[in-house]
Design a protein around this ligand. Structure first.
Ligand code: HPA
Length: 235
């Protein structure tokens, strides 16, 4: 059954979905990495495609920016379309000193300043965590490809333009980088009994005032996509 946000029918979407934030990135991935991609959604321009990669059926769909958008699309994929695994591929700002432009981060956990978890009425603070099954496979794939990655905690923030200088506080806690979607994805996966992982490429260093051009991002984008696709084909 289509949802208000996705015109796909059940069965149109593979059991593993790769989710970049940008729907045009999803289109690019489908057209450049998948065999015989078929577009299953165009509602709100949030393109979704299903095709095959190394003989395995895989889908790729945009998530949009921020936890509310990721929250909607990933919840529907897990609960309306029987999706089992979601691998987010996105960009992040570096927080930790050891993380540099174009590095790849695999998010073992996602701290957050969002109130997303309040819906669960938990009597404490929830720790949004990646699925070990996908995380361990992704690290194995990266090692085989000789791609160095940082594996650890990231920050999923509700704000891109933040009035306060809070990043140095997160830095003291060893947080690797900042983005805006993963905590919601990990919480939806946990609540739905499904699996999720987030792989990021560092596009900027907000504490050092550095950023990459779109062109410079291509190589690290390729590294991240190859990890995501080969992980998706092996879970
Ligand atoms: N902040 C939040 N999200 C981001 C950033 C950032 O600096 N870079 C890429 N995604």
């Amino acid at each position: 059954m289509p949802t208000p946000h996705n015109s796909a029918s059940k069965g149109d979407i593979a059991k593993t979905v790769i989710m970049p934030g940008d729907p045009l990135r999803a289109k690019f991935i489908a057209e450049n990495y998948l065999e015989s991609p078929v577009c299953y959604n165009e509602v709100r321009g949030m393109f979704g495609y299903t095709g095959t990669y190394k003989g395995v059926r895989i889908s790729v769909q945009g998530s949009g920016m921020g936890m509310p958008s990721m929250g909607i699309y990933s919840w529907e994929l897990f609960n309306e379309y029987d999706v089992k695994n979601i691998i987010r591929t996105g960009t992040a700002g570096a927080i930790s000193d050891g993380v540099n432009l174009r590095d790849v981060i695999i998010a073992m956990s996602a701290s957050t300043n969002s109130a997303y978890a309040s819906q669960y009425a938990l009597p404490g603070t929830y720790a949004p965590t990646a699925s070990w099954e996908i995380l361990s496979k992704a690290v194995e794939v990266a090692e085989k490809k000789n791609i160095t990655c940082h594996v650890g905690n990231i920050l999923s923030s509700d704000t891109f333009y933040d009035d306060a200088d809070s990043l140095s506080q997160w830095q003291k806690m060893g947080v690797l980088g900042i983005e805006m979607e993963t905590a919601a994805l990990y919480m939806n996966a946990a609540r739905s009994g499904k699996n999720a992982l987030c792989i990021l490429t560092v596009s900027d260093c907000p504490l050092r005032n550095l950023s990459t051009s779109a062109k410079e991002r291509q190589t690290s984008f390729r590294d991240m996509m190859e990890i995501a696709l080969d992980t998706a084909a092996n879970i």
